[in-house]
Design a protein around this ligand. Sequence first.
Ligand SMILES: [Fe+2]
Ligand SMILES: [Fe+2]
Length: 330
Amino acid sequence: MSIASPPVPAPAADPGTTPDIEALQRHFDDTIAAEHRIEPRDWMPDGYRRTLVRQIAQHAHSEIIGMQPEGDWLLSAPSLRRKAILLAKVQDEAGHGLYLYSAAETLGADRADLTDKLIEGRQKYSSIFNYPTLSYADVGVIGWLVDGAAICNQVPLCRSSYGPYARAMIRICKEESFHQRQGYELLLTMMRGTDEQRAMVQDAVDRWWWPSLMMFGPPDAESPNTAQSMAWGIKRHTNDELRQRYVDMTVPQAEFLGVTLPDPELSLDPETGRHRFGAIDWSELKRVISGEGAMNRLRLARRRAARDDNAWVTEAATAYAEKHAAEKRA
Ligand SMILES: [Fe+2]
Ligand SMILES: [Fe+2]
C-alpha cells in the first residue's frame, strides 16, 4: 500500500503566466492512475475537491454526533471499568472528528463554517445516530454492529487517493477495531449473565441490525455519485459490495454470541459462500435522513448548544493563539 506523494512534481507555471489546465489535469489523472496520493499542495479538479469536502465533513459530523447516543450512558455505566472503557471510546470519537475536520481544512474548508452547516441541516451525518439508546446493551451493540459497519466502510478509505484523508483513516481504523472489540466483549459478558440480560442483548440486536445495514448507503443502482468517486479513487468499493462484506463478517459473530439476527431470509448461499439477506426498508432510511428519526432534533439541538454555550472557550483559545503568534513575530 503506497500512501506516498507523487514522485513527479506537478508542472509549475511561471509566476505571471496562466497555468496550463490541461497539463495539470493530465498530471492529476496520472497520479490517480498510478495509485499515488493527491496532496493539499497539488492541483485538483473542483469536483474532486467538492466531493472530498462533502464526504470528509459528513464523516467528521458523524463522529461528533455519534458521541451522543453512547454518551447518554456514561453516568449509568454499571461499573467503574465499564465507565472507563465507554469514556475512552466516546473520547476517541471526538478525536476522529478532529482529525477529519483537520483533513477538510487542508482542502480550504473552514471548521466553524462546517459546524454551522451541520447545525443548519445543510450537511448530513450518518442516519444511524438518530436512533435512541434504550438500554445498556445498546452500548455493546453499537460497538459491535455500528463500529463494525464503520470498519467495513473505512478500511478501504485508508487507500483513498487524497493523502490527508487516507492517513487520518489509518489512525481512525485502529481505534475503531478497539471499539468493536469492547462492544463484543460487553455483549459476551451479558450473554453469560441472566435471562434478563440476554433478552436485553437480543432486543438491542433486533433494533440495530437493519439500521446498521443502511449505514452503507442506498443500493448501487440509486447511488449516483459512486461511479465518479470510484474513478477518482476516493471510494474503493460500492455500497452493496461493502454491505455484503459486512453481513458475511457479522453472521458468524452473531452465532458465536448466541443471538438471532432479525431477518428470516438470512441464509448462506453454499455456491458463493456469501449470505443472502432480506429486502431493506429504504423508506425508513429516507425518512430518518430527512429529519424524521426519533432523535434528529435532539442531536442537532445538543450540538447547537455545545457550539453556543462554549463559544467563550473558542474565543479565549483564539485570543491566546493570536497573542502568542504576535509575540513570536515580535
Ligand atoms: Fe469513530
Ligand atoms: Fe468508533
